[in-house]
Unconditional design. Structure first.
Length: 424
């Protein structure tokens, strides 16, 4: 009994010792901030308890079970948070980032090294696609050279470890293009685009970089896909980048290539002043832009009375009842507008105007004799040569005969079958 009791106590103590660190880890939150195009990132740990009079340090490992070998001073901290800075170019960090997409951070009290504040906490080491090089955007036609200062730099991958590939893909998402133009107009940070951009890289059609090089075992790689940069057409493009790993993980990303045409401002929009549309039909209005070459032709539509008629995003008007409504088209920036008064009218009756006023096919014989008329009347008198009664319809007659044959044959067969069975 005593042995059993002692064993239970030991198990409970072991369970508590196991669960307490995990509960502590669960209370810690991590926020990642990639602050540079060279992949450098800060990880802010909140929910920790620090002695503000002490110094703290951190270590990065590839696995949860690996022991930290090198410790680095934490310079940003307060009583409840600590920020770990993984700067690009630090050999120890690049070794981990090249190997795994999830790393593990340990934080300890430098004054009391046995006091572990965060123990092997998982962090995301993936690099946003727009942040794998020292460029976010380049203009089409940009020329590169074979020196590091005049090339595209990729801090975590070099020539010893990888081979670089590229390809172009035109961006067709108008939301991305509009946001890009807006950021460009205010000289903003293109990283704001990241949430709108693709995160699924192509799987084929890769081209080798024209030049790809690196300094040595743990130095950044640099080079250029082609020089000058040349996309197939006007517009905004992804220049996809793929580095095939050699004993390291593969890396994907892109640089945006700007080959957009200069903006041509919109002076005005116009529509017809008035239009009619019949109930049961639709009408599509097409705005006229001035100048016709204006860059942005995105517009919105509205109806002043949707109980009379509605309008969709393509300018298609659907009438609902008799009456009038004002259809308005507005430029995307809201500065240019045009209106059209649309009147919904009753549906017209077509094909009933056979008044015999000299038109072929008149049936009331109102006076004029038409050459080639086949109406069967002459000056209001019945033509005695016109046949009366119903003309036979050959197709119907054949159908009736066929039906009679089938019914008769079926009856004979049934009668014979019945007679045979009754004789058994």
């Amino acid at each position: 009994m005593k042995k059993t009791k002692s064993l239970m106590i030991a198990l409970i103590i072991g369970f508590i010792l196991f669960i307490l660190p995990n509960i502590s880890q669960a209370a810690v939150n991590v926020t990642k901030n990639v602050y540079s195009n060279n992949g450098s990132a800060k990880y802010q740990f909140t929910g920790v308890e620090l002695n503000t009079s002490h110094d703290y340090e951190f270590g990065l490992t590839k696995t949860e079970s690996e022991e930290v070998k090198n410790w680095h001073l934490i310079t940003e901290k307060d009583a409840t948070s600590a920020t770990v800075d993984l700067t690009a170019g630090t050999t120890e960090f690049t070794d981990v980032i090249r190997a795994v997409s999830t790393g593990y951070i340990t934080i300890r009290d430098k004054n009391e090294p046995t006091t572990i504040v965060v123990n092997h906490h998982a962090i995301d080491l993936s690099i946003p696609y727009l942040n794998i090089t020292n460029y976010s955007v380049i203009n089409n036609g940009k020329e590169f050279g074979s020196s590091e200062s005049n090339g595209i730099q990729i801090n975590f991958w070099n020539a010893i470890y990888s081979q670089a590939y590229y390809q172009y893909e035109k961006i067709t998402d108008q939301n991305v293009i509009n946001k890009y133009k807006e950021i460009k107009s205010r000289n903003g940070n293109y990283n704001e685009l990241q949430s709108l951009l693709k995160t699924q890289a192509p799987t084929s059609n890769w081209n080798s970089w024209h030049y790809w090089n690196g300094y040595g075992f743990n130095e950044p790689g640099f080079g250029y896909p082609q020089s000058p940069i040349s996309v197939p057409d006007t517009g905004l493009y992804y220049m996809w980048i793929y580095l095939a790993g050699n004993n390291i993980r593969n890396l994907y990303g892109y640089i945006l290539v700007d080959n957009l045409q200069p903006e041509i401002a919109l002076d005005s929009i116009s529509l017809p002043k008035t239009q009619n549309v019949e109930l049961g039909k639709t009408l599509t209005l097409t705005p006229t832009f001035s100048p016709s070459t204006t860059t942005n032709k995105i517009v919105t539509w509205s109806s002043s009375d949707e109980s009379v008629a509605t309008v969709d995003n393509a300018g298609k008007i659907t009438p609902k009842k008799l009456g009038s409504t004002i259809i308005t088209v507005t430029s995307q920036d809201g500065t240019k507008k045009a209106t059209c008064t649309v009147t919904v009218v009753a549906a017209s009756s077509s094909g009933n105007n056979n008044s015999g006023n000299g038109s072929s096919g008149g049936s009331n014989g109102s006076g004029s004799s038409n050459s080639g008329s086949t109406t069967g009347s002459t000056n209001g008198k019945k033509d005695p040569t016109t046949a009366t009664g119903s003309l036979p319809y050959t197709g119907v007659s054949i159908g009736i005969i066929t039906m009679i044959i089938l019914v008769t044959s079926g009856g004979i067969y049934t009668y014979l079958r019945y007679k045979r069975l009754r004789g058994i």
